[in-house]
Write a protein that binds this ligand. Structure first.
Ligand code: SIN
Length: 485
């Protein structure tokens, strides 16, 4: 067991209406590095979710009346407490999710940054005064919080995907009920402990972890007292949840799967391109929605780039996330590992070459070798679907037009990366890529201050930046008559 400075951050009950609620059943939390049970937490039920929604609805009546400035001050205290406890929270995340400790602490800082940003941004949401159409009328719009928010968050970012939703919701005056992934509830519950210490009032923030994804999910998507639903996860599940939201016509935000192209033109700075390709392909063991999925390299430099990429990948240390220098931790579960084997089998049967890795790692369990493949083609499953694991798949291309049509030939539209030193090309390609996030000459873009959201089937709405708070408000038009009588 890792050592924790503050063991009160490790919780075994759900957080509903300001209370720690244990249940009759428990949920085992496993360490993906060795598959051992590290904790058991209350296995929340549909009834717990209903209770949480009722509590959030009651608390909404008072929270919406707290000034944005005061809400901001409370959020700011939550942010500070998260940073003060970053090492413990990072260790908790590595323990239940597997990502290397430095990366986990990085996520704690990233997660906290959304709280800081929205503590400020909540004070800057304005309605309008509209030039009137008649002397006896005045026309105004108000922004009012949408009410109770239902949120379902994933295991790959157990902290940041919660704060990216909860911070704007709370800053806007909404209350929230969160269902974290049942595999990673400890990070979510630790956030509640710190929220309570920060003075977030009873019922404003609730977490119901549970294995009954269907039951809890139905409450969050169908309850008449939930005003908005927000989800990060796979496109398939997002579609299902969106359908469920239709029955009560909820506002919906979805952050779904990607299929990110990483394009290297022959005028690119190759050292930079290789470094960033590795960073964006292998972040979180390849398990992020914005991880590079398809690597396209222009013919003249393909051999050189691939050789350099191979060298860089070979230096990455695969290890338990607590080990010094670990860069690649375990995958999340057996299903994820078997998917890598299936994708590899499909690709090699269709002519792809494995240049490095290509199988489970000698550490066993859920560890998989960082893998590099070339001679990849469009008919392979690892091109048409999201890999979500440590396999880098390289194809070559001849012209700008060809690679843009290949890059856009997908139903996903979350993130795209490209490298070129030609400023005209940078503008042309950035404009032509059909993606919500386009990142040129870098593989790093995630930040609290800018919008993160997908086009096409990668989602609806944006999180982060000024855009990320918009959907937590309703707009009210007030047409005021009887002024100039
Ligand atoms: C995600 O993959 O869902 C989030 C990644 C990020 O925020 O950078």
């Amino acid at each position: 067991m890792p050592s924790f400075r503050d063991s009160n951050l490790i919780k075994s009950a759900n957080f509903i209406d300001g209370e720690w609620v244990s249940g009759t059943r428990t949920l085992a939390v496993l360490n993906p590095a060795n598959s051992e049970t590290i904790a058991t937490v209350a296995d929340g039920t549909r009834q717990d979710a209903e209770r949480a929604v009722e509590a959030a609805h009651r608390s909404f009546a008072s929270w919406k009346k707290v000034t944005a400035k005061e809400r901001g001050a409370i959020l700011r205290r939550w942010h500070d407490l998260i940073l003060e406890n970053a090492e413990d929270l990072g260790a908790l995340m590595t323990w239940e999710q597997g990502k290397p400790l430095a990366e986990a602490i990085g996520e704690i800082n990233y997660g906290a940054s959304f709280i800081e940003f929205y503590a400020e941004e909540g004070k800057r949401v304005y309605g309008d005064t509209i030039p009137t159409i008649s002397p006896e009328r005045r026309l105004q719009t108000y922004k009012q919080p949408v009410g109770v928010v239902g949120a379902i968050t994933p295991w790959n970012f157990p902290t940041a995907m919660i704060t990216r939703k909860a911070a704007p919701a709370l800053a806007a005056g909404c209350t929230i009920v969160i269902k974290p992934d049942p595999g990673t509830p400890l990070s979510a519950l630790a956030l509640c402990e710190l929220a309570q210490r920060a003075g977030i009032p009873t019922g404003v923030l609730n977490v119901v972890a549970g294995s009954d994804s269907q039951g809890i999910g139905e409450v969050l998507t169908q309850h008449s007292k939930v005003g908005k639903f927000t989800f990060t996860g796979s496109t398939a599940v997002g579609k299902l949840l969106m359908r469920q939201c239709a029955s009560s016509v909820k506002k919906v935000s979805l952050e779904l799967g990607g299929n990110a192209p990483f394009i290297v033109f022959d005028d690119a700075d190759l050292d930079e391109a290789v470094t960033h390709c590795v960073a964006t392909k292998f972040r979180n063991c390849g398990q992020t929605c914005v991880c590079t999925n398809r690597i396209y390299v222009q013919e003249a430099i393909a051999e050189n780039f691939t050789a350099r990429l191979r060298e860089a990948i070979a230096t990455m240390k695969v290890a338990d996330g607590f080990e010094d220098g670990a860069v690649i931790g375990p995958m999340i579960n057996e299903q994820a590992v078997s998917k890598m084997e299936r994708l590899l089998a499909d690709a090699t049967a269709k002519g792809a070459q494995v240049l490095l890795g290509g199988s489970r790692h000698e550490l066993g369990g859920l560890f998989f070798q960082p893998t590099l493949m070339d001679s990849v083609s469009d008919d392979m499953e690892l091109v048409s679907s999201e890999i979500f694991g440590p396999i880098a798949a390289v194809q070559s291309f001849s012209s700008e037009g060809e690679v843009i049509s290949k890059a856009n030939a997908t139903d996903s539209g979350l993130a795209a990366y490209f490298f070129s030193r030609d400023v005209g090309r940078v503008m042309r390609v950035a404009e032509a890529l059909e993606y919500g996030i386009v990142c040129s000459n870098s593989g790093v873009f995630s930040t609290d201050v800018a919008p993160f959201g997908g086009w096409k089937q990668s989602g609806i709405g944006s999180e982060g930046g000024k855009e990320g708070i918009v959907d937590f408000f309703e707009t009210k038009f007030h047409s005021m008559g009887g002024i100039d009588r």
